[in-house]
Design a protein around this ligand. Structure first.
Ligand SMILES: *Cc1c(COP(=O)(O)O)cnc(C)c1O
Length: 434
């Protein structure tokens, strides 16, 4: 399998190079040159396969011969080493709970898969690899947890001081070992600017083997197909499901559409958005107009120019009418999100997080217009991660899951820096990498 750049001016590469580079040298996203069809023997027998065997079959063609079979089976098994249950919430509406991983959000799957692939590729590199990443919250924790103790790789995470939640800060700063946190006296954009400058700094990149772990990396994007296959393994209804996916950068939903193209039975996809509604507008009007992100209570979806949307367009030959046969998109306000959290808790004894609530709202709208259809919301985070939103809405404390209690007792370990490129560069070059 080879990958081409969606800017079309960089050479084709294999999975290994696409993973190590992240983005193509011409600035484009990598895209697989074909979408392998899964054989009927697998598609007709999803529930008969183990999760590990199914996930392996799904990802194998995308990895090609860059990772041998036994290694890839190990990587897949470690990636999905926690439950991903499908629960019925009310008649015809189900929740696929993607928050049972170590950092309680769905980004764990992509981060765990990518870190293990990169760890495998690092074995053949003479130099250790430095993963440099800026985070506004969730990505950093998933990356830190995924890469902890991966040999040959060190991780440097930049986060804005005072602007991530207390749970998120603990998840970023308490691993130690090969994980280093830089607490930047600025905002998320400052962190991102510092990281971008580092990648453009020829002097630095000649000294260090730098790579990023952001969500456009094929090794983070592609394993997200697993969710949709695992959902269908547990699906007992006779008709194919509608998937409602809380969307920000559109990586998750695009992976779902890849799974459908590979043969998975899906009725329709819904991109559930908050006030950041570039895609709903595009589907309505045909004009794609990126905007500045608007802050909301479902903040992991506060994206004004979703980077993976070009991949979705590519899947449909850039034809909006074709796309609309498979994709709809809705927007939900913060007020409506809060109402949804309250009503789902009161009427169905199910507590969604703010992102999931946006997904349930969109699915209810769709089913209202298409009576009889049944669907699945991808519940992308545990409500404990958004305590400050959820608790006042339901007027009760949210129980702390046992898996996070230990993290909360650990001591934060971060290096404070100002928004000063030369100081960050100095840190990268001179700090002990391992
Ligand atoms: C990242 C994230 C999203 C958005 O996912 P995309 O793949 O960027 O569309 C939704 N919910 C939560 C909780 C997230 O962390």
């Amino acid at each position: 399998m080879h990958y081409y750049s969606l800017q079309h001016t960089a050479p084709r590469v294999d999975f290994r190079t696409a993973t190590i580079q992240g983005q193509a040298p011409d600035g484009g996203l990598y895209f697989p040159e074909s979408i392998p069809q899964l054989p009927a023997s697998i598609l007709n027998n999803l529930a008969g396969l183990s999760r590990e065997a199914l996930a392996y079959e799904v990802i194998r063609p995308f990895v090609g011969d860059t990772i041998p079979e036994d290694e890839l089976r190990r990587i897949v098994a470690e990636t999905i080493d926690f439950p991903i249950p499908l629960k019925q919430v009310y008649d015809g509406v189900y929740s696929l709970e993607l928050f049972h991983g170590p950092t309680l959000a769905f980004k764990d799957i992509g981060a765990r898969f990518m870190s293990r692939c990169l760890g495998y590729f690092a074995r053949d590199e003479k130099q250790p690899i430095t993963v440099l990443v800026a985070t506004s919250g969730d990505t950093g924790g998933a990356v830190a947890s995924g890469f902890h103790n991966v040999e040959g790789v060190r991780v440097v995470i930049l986060y804005p001081s005072g602007k991530v939640s207390s749970v998120q800060e603990k998840q970023l700063t308490t691993f130690g070992d090969n994980i280093h946190a830089l607490e930047v006296d600025g905002n998320f954009d400052d962190c991102q600017q510092l990281v971008k400058r580092a990648f453009k700094d020829a002097e630095l990149t000649s000294q260090l083997f730098l790579t990023s772990a952001n969500s456009i990396n094929v090794a983070r994007w592609l394993p997200q197909q697993f969710y949709y296959f695992f959902a269908l393994q547990q699906w007992k209804e006779k008709q194919p499901p509608v998937f409602s996916v809380p969307s920000g950068n559109f990586g998750n939903i695009c992976a779902g559409m890849m799974a459908w193209k590979a043969g998975l039975p899906v009725r329709h996809f819904i991109a559930a958005c908050n006030a950041n509604d570039v895609v709903p507008r595009f589907l309505e009007t045909g004009d794609y107009e990126p905007r500045k992100a608007i802050p909301t209570i479902s903040n992991a979806m506060d994206v004004g120019d979703p980077s993976n949307f070009v991949r979705i367009l590519e899947l449909f030959g850039k034809d909006r009418d074709q796309l609309k046969t498979m994709l709809s998109s809705y927007r939900t306000s913060d007020q409506r999100t809060r109402e949804l959290i309250r009503s789902m808790y009161q009427q169905h004894a199910y507590l969604p997080d703010p992102h999931g609530a946006v997904g349930f709202d969109a699915l209810a709208d769709w089913i209202g217009q298409h009576p009889g259809q049944k669907g699945i919301v991808l519940e992308t985070a545990h409500p404990i991660k958004f305590l400050d939103v959820v608790e006042p809405v339901i007027g009760q404390p949210v129980p702390v899951p046992a898996s996070i209690e230990e993290t909360l007792t650990k001591t934060k370990n971060a290096t404070q820096i100002e928004v000063d490129y030369s100081k960050m560069k100095d840190y990268l070059v001179n700090s002990n990498p391992f």
